[in-house]
Design a protein around this ligand. Structure first.
Ligand SMILES: NC(=O)c1ccc[n+]([C@@H]2O[C@H](COP(=O)([O-])OP(=O)(O)OC[C@H]3O[C@@H](n4cnc5c(N)ncnc54)[C@H](OP(=O)(O)O)[C@@H]3O)[C@@H](O)[C@H]2O)c1
Length: 304
C-alpha cells in the first residue's frame, strides 16, 4: 500500500501497526444488513483484493447479516496471517434494518465465543462494544470485555459510538485502544472524540467515511478532485485522512472497482486551500434508511 509522504501510512493499535485505510464489511451482506450478499463471489473477491492492495484492517460485527459478514471473512481470509480483524458485539437483530442493544456481560461473552468460531481464530485482535446499552452501565459492559482480554481470547478492546464522557468512563475501567464513531465531511460531530483519541494515543476508526456513498459524487468534491486527478470518493477519504494521524477510515463496498478506487485515496495529498474549501462546504448525511434511494436520486440529478 503506497501513500502520500506527508501522511503517516500506519497507525498503532496497541502494539499492532495497521495501514490507515481499512475496509468495512457491512456492505457484504444482503439488503438491510440482513442475510447473504447478492453476489457472494464478488464479496469474496472484495476481501481477497483488499489483502492484495495491502489492506490489513478489516472491520466486522456479529450483527452484520447477522453472522454473515464474519463467516465470509473467516471462510475467505483464513488463516488471517498479517491482517487485523476487528469485530463487535452489543447489538442484536430481529430482521432487515432492525437493531437493538444488548450490553449485558453474559451476552457479550457468548457473542465473543461465537465470533471466534465464525472467524476461525483463537484470539480476536480488536473486540469492540458496538453501542452503549442505556440499561447497562458502560463499566459493566467494558468489564466483560476486559475479562475476555485477560483470558486471552481478545487481544485489544475498543468502543463504538461514544461521546467524550463515555470514552473517559471506558478508559477508567479498561485499556481501550480504539474508538469507532461516524465521521466524514458530512458528519463532523465526533471532532472532540477524534481529538481525545489523538491525545491519548488511541485509534479513531471512522465509520461511514463516505456518508453511505453520498460523498462519492458532487460538484465541490469533483472540483477538488480535478486538481489532483482524483475521484470524489478519493477526495472525501483524503480529507478524512488529513484530519488527524489517529484517523483510520473504513469505507465499505461490495464492489472490487470501488475498493480499488478507494485505496487510491492514500496517494492524494490535499493542500491547505483544498482542506479549507472542503471545510467550508456543507455536505449532508442521507436520512436513515434512505441512503440508497437518495444516492440514486442525486446521481440522476447530477448526471443530467
Ligand atoms: N460501529 C458502527 O456502529 C458502525 C455503523 C455502520 C457502519 N460501520 C462500519 O463502517 C463501515 C463503513 O460504513 P458504511 O458502509 O455504513 O458507509 P460508507 O463506507 O460511508 O459507504 C458505503 C457505501 O458507499 C458506496 N461506495 C463505497 N465506495 C464507493 C465508491 N468508490 N464509489 C461509489 N460508491 C461507493 C458503497 O456502495 P457499493 O457497495 O456499490 O460500493 C456503499 O453503499 C461498514 O462497512 C462497517 O464496517 C460501523
Amino acid at each position: 500500500m503506497s501513500g502520500d509522504v506527508g501522511q503517516p501510512l500506519t497507525v498503532a493499535l496497541g502494539e499492532l501497526h495497521v495501514h490507515r485505510l481499512g475496509v468495512g464489511t457491512m456492505s457484504l451482506t444482503g439488503p438491510g444488513v440482513w442475510g447473504e450478499p447478492r453476489d457472494r463471489r464478488e464479496a469474496q473477491r472484495v476481501l481477497q483484493r483488499a489483502v492484495e492492495l495491502g489492506v490489513d484492517f478489516f472491520d466486522t460485527a456479529d450483527s452484520y447479516g447477522p453472522q454473515v459478514a464474519e463467516s465470509l471473512l473467516g471462510e475467505t481470509l483464513h488463516p488471517n496471517d498479517g491482517i487485523v480483524v476487528a469485530t463487535k458485539a452489543g447489538l442484536m437483530r430481529s430482521g432487515p434494518g432492525r437493531w437493538s442493544r444488548n450490553g449485558r456481560p453474559e451476552h457479550l461473552r457468548s457473542s465473543c465465543h461465537a465470533s471466534l468460531a465464525r472467524l476461525r481464530i483463537e484470539q480476536i485482535d480488536l473486540f469492540q462494544l458496538h453501542a452503549v446499552d442505556p440499561h447497562v452501565p458502560i463499566e459493566e459492559s467494558l468489564g466483560a470485555l476486559a475479562d475476555l482480554r485477560r483470558e486471552g481470547v481478545v487481544r485489544h478492546v475498543g468502543v463504538c459510538n461514544v461521546d467524550v464522557e463515555q470514552l473517559l468512563r471506558a478508559l477508567a475501567v479498561e485499556s481501550v485502544v480504539s474508538v469507532q464513531n461516524r465521521f466524514s465531511l458530512a458528519d463532523r460531530s465526533s471532532r472532540g472524540v477524534l481529538d481525545l483519541c489523538a491525545a491519548r494515543g488511541l485509534v479513531f476508526v471512522a465509520w461511514a467515511p463516505l456518508a453511505k456513498g453520498t460523498l462519492t459524487f458532487g460538484d465541490a468534491l469533483n472540483a477538488v478532485g480535478a486538481r489532483h486527478g482524483a475521484t470524489a470518493a478519493q477526495i472525501s477519504l483524503a480529507w478524512l485522512l488529513a484530519q488527524s494521524p489517529a484517523a483510520l477510515p473504513i469505507p465499505g463496498t461490495s464492489s472490487v472497482s470501488h475498493l480499488e478506487e478507494n485505496a487510491g485515496a492514500l496517494n492524494v495529498s490535499l493542500t491547505s486551500d483544498d482542506l479549507a474549501t472542503l471545510d467550508r462546504t456543507a455536505f449532508s448525511m442521507p436520512t436513515r434508511g434512505k441512503a440508497g434511494a437518495a444516492r440514486r436520486a442525486l446521481r440522476r440529478l447530477v448526471s443530467r
